[in-house]
Design a binder for this molecule. Structure first.
Ligand code: ATP
Ligand code: MG
Length: 270
């Protein structure tokens, strides 16, 4: 695909949107190296909008979802972490770290599949320490009722999994995985996306913050007795978490709307 080289910009550390701009640069690099597709940039923009509303930090309901997610992954017989282009560009090391902590397999699964891109993503994951990457030469099974290339999965990976972690996932595929009886953990900044509504456990947070936090939680929680992990899972209520995220945004917007006068810029502002 002929994508023109984009000029590199130096982002000063003092820039108020530093973090967010650095993430954008990483995605642009991913685009240039063939890991990310242009549609991935648009998906990221949609996510950023919700991150703005959340205040670009991990909320309490997101943490609650992460604890349940860590419990589900640790209790799983056959957990799989599904990786797409954006995830590989943003958090490859954290994916490998999480998979190690919960004994999960890692599988490349793309909406816009090309063999070349699958191979590139697998390479990135291997460079970050992944021993085995599924979905490269073995995407021979199919998820029923799905028509995109995303239905092609590894029979040893997503097809056989009981718990699948997805990030920036499409709603149709999340629903199809649920219909197959799988527990789906989703990381998605939009609490209203079809994925968020269809997942068993929805972590409404930026994958850049959620993946390392989830890996850290899994590393700590793996020494907890199975019984206490089960209790965390049994008491978990995803609709309550989604509702609490929306309330969090509501309260935040109300607070901001009340203080907006003091925030409006004028030529005399510092
Ligand atoms: P759905 O198909 O679930 O209704 P959608 O069609 O609105 O979702 P997609 O492009 O299919 O959106 O999926 C991308 C999703 O990933 C969006 O919900 C977006 O908010 C989310 N997203 C984008 N960037 C990030 C990120 N960095 N961290 C977490 N979520 C993100
Ligand atoms: Mg979609």
């Amino acid at each position: 695909m002929g994508i023109a080289r984009v000029e590199r910009v130096e982002i000063p550390r003092s820039h108020p949107r530093y973090e967010s701009l650095v993430i954008r640069e990483r995605l642009v690099e991913g685009l240039e190296s063939g890991v990310v597709v242009p549609q991935g940039l648009i998906a990221h923009g949609r996510g950023e909008c919700f991150d703005y509303l959340l205040g670009e930090k991990t909320t309490e309901p997101a943490l609650r979802a992460m604890r349940a997610a860590a419990a589900a992954l640790l209790l799983a017989r056959h957990p799989v972490v599904s990786v797409n282009g954006n995830v590989a560009a943003l958090v490859p090391g954290e994916v490998v770290r999480l998979a190690r902590a919960v004994n999960a397999r890692v599988e490349v699964n793309l909406f816009y599949r090309s063999e070349e891109r699958v191979r590139k993503i697998a390479e990135v994951l291997r460079a970050h320490g992944a021993q085995e990457v599924l979905g490269v030469d073995d995407a021979t099974a199919t998820i029923p009722e799905l028509f995109s290339e995303r239905r092609r999965v590894s029979p040893r990976g997503i097809y056989a999994a009981d718990v699948v972690l997805v990030a920036l996932e499409d709603g149709d595929r999340t629903e199809a995985l649920r219909r197959m009886g799988k527990t789906v953990v989703a990381i998605d900044l939009n609490p209203l996306s079809r994925t968020s509504l269809a997942a068993s456990i929805t972590i409404v947070d930026n994958v850049v913050r959620a993946m390392p936090k989830l890996a850290e939680l899994a590393e700590t929680m793996r020494s907890e007795p199975e019984e206490s992990l089960r209790r965390i899972l049994e008491s978990y209520d995803n609709s309550e978490v989604l509702s609490d995220v929306l309330r969090y945004i509501e309260a935040r917007l109300r607070e901001l709307s009340e203080g907006i006068r003091g925030k409006v810029w004028s030529p005399g502002s510092p």
